[in-house]
Design a protein around this ligand. Structure first.
Ligand code: NAI
Ligand SMILES: CC/C=C\C[C@H](O)C(=O)/C=C/C=C/C=C\C=C\[C@@H](O)C/C=C\CCC(=O)O
Length: 256
């Protein structure tokens, strides 16, 4: 898929991986709707993006992905302003084992919500033009992160949901590709600097840090490049791309 003048919607776009994904999409000629709950961070980023890419290439929509109403409105506004949606990146996510229901709501329920909203616009069976959806899971969607069982569950859910949607799309003829990106640790504000959000697993904070030291830490641009591969390579559908420092691999799963 060539990105020039394609329309992308990115959740959690104001900081971290979502910002990196937004920037690489704009660098390759796409228009981007940035959805985020952090208005201050988003507006600061928008000033940078408008200077670098022009006034018309990016749009910020304040949106809490937990809200069906806010998500519906943001998708509708994106279509109104940019004329459609070709690419969706469900990126927004948190790590909080204390507020574990919120973690499920943001990391999994909202990914399902965003996917279904985008499919309404992309589905070729309902006059859509097709498209691609890349969901951001984690290495924790592949292997257990002992300090964050609920986070691990949500990311496993994102992997399974995305792969099932890809199979459904092929069988149904939606004309939409679905892929999932599974980065290991990335240098962003998400990685807890204290055990405060680990709840009953706070005693495993050091173990998680040891795992991080063992695996190493990715940069946001490294993750953004892998996202780009899943969007632009039209042979990729139903893929889970695991990214670690110095290595990336398409995960193979048991098949019948
Ligand atoms: N940082 C890491 O080590 C890794 C992160 N990931 C995943 O990557 C995604 C992005 O994480 P990071 O960029 O590291 O985090 P981050 O904390 O740097 O950025 C997350 C962004 O999402 C936004 N956000 C949070 N809750 C929201 C909500 N309810 N509605 C709308 N926006 C919301 C935040 O305001 C922020 O801008 C998450 O899904 C995370 O699970 C995956 C693997 C590794
Ligand atoms: C505290 C949470 C911080 C960041 C969350 C983020 O999503 C992240 O980076 C999580 C990393 C999780 C790693 C989890 C487990 C690792 C498990 C290992 O057993 C190896 C897993 C897969 C094998 C990959 C391979 O070598 O083939």
């Amino acid at each position: 898929m060539a990105l020039r003048n394609k329309v992308a919607l990115v959740t959690g776009a104001a900081m971290g991986i979502g910002r990196g994904i937004t920037e690489i999409l704009l660098q390759h000629g796409a228009k981007v709707a940035l959805l985020d709950v952090n208005e201050t961070a988003a507006r600061g980023l928008m000033e940078v993006l408008k200077k670098q890419f022009g006034q018309e290439r990016s749009l910020f929509l304040k949106c809490n992905v937990e809200s069906e109403e806010q998500m519906k409105a943001a998708f509708q506004k994106t279509v109104e302003v940019f004329g459609g949606i070709d690419i969706l990146c469900n990126n927004a996510g948190i790590v909080n084992e204390s507020a574990w229901e919120k973690t499920v709501s943001i990391n999994l329920v909202a990914v399902i919500r965003g996917t279904y909203l985008a499919l309404e616009h992309m589905n070729k069976l309902t006059q859509g033009q097709g498209g691609v959806i890349v969901n951001i899971a984690s290495m924790a969607g592949i292997g257990p992160l002992l300090s964050s069982p609920v986070y691990t569950a949500t990311k496993n859910g994102v992997v399974g949901f995305t792969r099932a949607m890809a199979a459904a799309s092929i069988a149904s003829g939606y004309g939409v590709r679905f892929n999932v990106l599974c980065p290991s640790f990335v240098k962003t504000g998400l990685i807890p600097s204290t055990s405060s959000n680990m709840g009953q697993f706070s005693h495993l904070f050091d173990a998680a840090n040891q795992l991080m030291e063992k695996i190493g830490i990715l940069t946001v641009p490294e993750v953004a490049e892998c996202f780009l591969e899943l969007v632009t390579d039209e042979t990729k559908n139903g893929e889970a791309l695991l990214v670690m420092p110095k290595v990336k691999k398409y995960v193979t799963f048991p098949s019948l």
